[in-house]
Design a protein around this ligand. Structure first.
Ligand code: SF4
Length: 361
């Protein structure tokens, strides 16, 4: 009787399960496939990613409430609907009272964290104390951890956010390849963006780093990004497919990015087994949630209260007012994946342990 042949990916995935380092060539092989076009090849990768997720998080997922409270921005990123020169998106800046009320509503619905996001709005960039005041009041009113995504703030502004109690600083490079970066984040310093994250980490905040795919990125670009994410000790790592935006010059690569996003989610789990990895509702809405969770994600992001006039980013309105981007609206999908909402204490404990381990830079 002949022994079954050991497939190349089996050896690599075995190493991942043992949490051993894999080489760039091995990562490239997992991303490229074995050339057979066999879906099982990818299914084996997803299965390994789920095993590692289960090892660190069991069947529990974390849920993030998204409060995009200012859609003004001083920048002109080529991929963004809210870029300064685009006249199409609704521009709004919610009041502090509205923001706090929304955060409380999200807390009551069962989210574990409030993600306070704005475009790089001069109203806040030049007076960061305004943003810090919102952080303080949201924390007091909800008792939840807070993530801030204000764009690149000056150091003294980041200090104010840290002092106000922000737990996370989310600042996405989107790519770590310089030429691609320059085509995405027009006229914005690559270095300053990296420095701002490092500074936030040095003040005790956890850092989220993010990638876009479907923007002309190659395997080697994403492999380089994985190394950079490790270097900056990112505690949450996300990838999203670029959804072409009305009024944004970047055309992107269309739907083929979706599969690449899934394999990248799985690879992030293989390379960062104990990190938080989002399945965003912002790309394909509720319809795309299950496959992202099955690829190894453990956080559902972009939960938005319906009918309150808040927007998403990549998909500004999709599934929002229909109520599918709510804690209640995702329960059937979680069940189908054998997952449940974590308890609030689980999330608080995770954040506390991560900070204690020195994962802030
Ligand atoms: S991605 Fe952010 S910084 Fe760039 S234009 Fe959009 S809102 Fe502004």
């Amino acid at each position: 009787m002949t022994e079954p042949l050991l497939r190349k990916e089996d050896g690599i995935l075995e190493k991942c399960l043992r949490e051993q380092e894999i080489s760039d060539e091995e990562i490239d092989f997992l991303m490229t496939g074995d050339g057979s076009g066999d879906r099982d090849f990818y299914e084996r990768i997803f299965e390994t990613a789920r095993s590692l997720r289960d090892k660190y998080f069991g069947n529990k997922v974390f849920l993030y409430g998204f409060v995009y409270f200012s859609t003004y921005c001083r920048n002109n990123c080529s991929f963004c609907y809210y870029r300064r020169e685009n006249g199409k998106p609704p521009r709004y800046r919610k009041s502090k009272e509205e923001i706090v009320a929304t955060a409380v509503k999200l807390r009551d619905s069962g989210v574990h964290l409030i993600d306070l996001t704005t475009g790089e709005d001069p109203y806040y960039v030049h007076k960061p104390e305004r943003f810090a005041e919102i952080v303080k009041e949201v924390k007091e009113a909800t008792g939840l951890p807070v993530m801030v995504s204000p764009g690149v703030f000056p150091d003294d502004g980041i200090q104010l956010l840290a002092r106000a109690g922000a737990d996370w600083y989310a600042l996405y490079q989107e790519t770590h390849s310089r030429d691609l970066y320059e085509r995405l984040r027009l006229n914005q310093s690559y270095e300053r963006r990296m420095e701002a994250k490092a500074y936030a980490g040095s003040l005790g905040m956890l850092v989220e780093e993010g990638l876009l795919t479907g923007i002309g990125d190659r395997n080697e670009d994403r492999i380089h990004s994985f190394r950079q994410m490790r270097e900056i000790k990112a505690s949450q790592v996300r990838v999203m497919t670029y959804v072409p935006q009305e009024g944004a010059p970047l055309k992107g690569e269309g739907l083929q990015g979706f599969d690449r996003e899934l394999i990248t989610i799985a690879l992030l789990r293989l390379l960062f087994p104990d990190a938080l990895i989002p399945a965003s509702l912002d790309v394909e809405g509720i319809a795309g949630l299950e496959k992202r969770l099955q690829a190894g994600a453990n956080v559902v992001t972009s939960i938005i209260p319906p009918k309150d006039g808040y927007a998403g980013v990549a998909n500004s309105v999709r599934d929002v007012d229909e109520g599918y981007r709510t804690v209640e609206g995702i329960q059937d999908t979680l069940k189908a994946c054998g997952l449940v909402n974590a308890r609030q204490e689980d999330y608080g404990e995770w954040v506390g342990n991560r900070k204690a381990k020195g994962f802030n830079l």
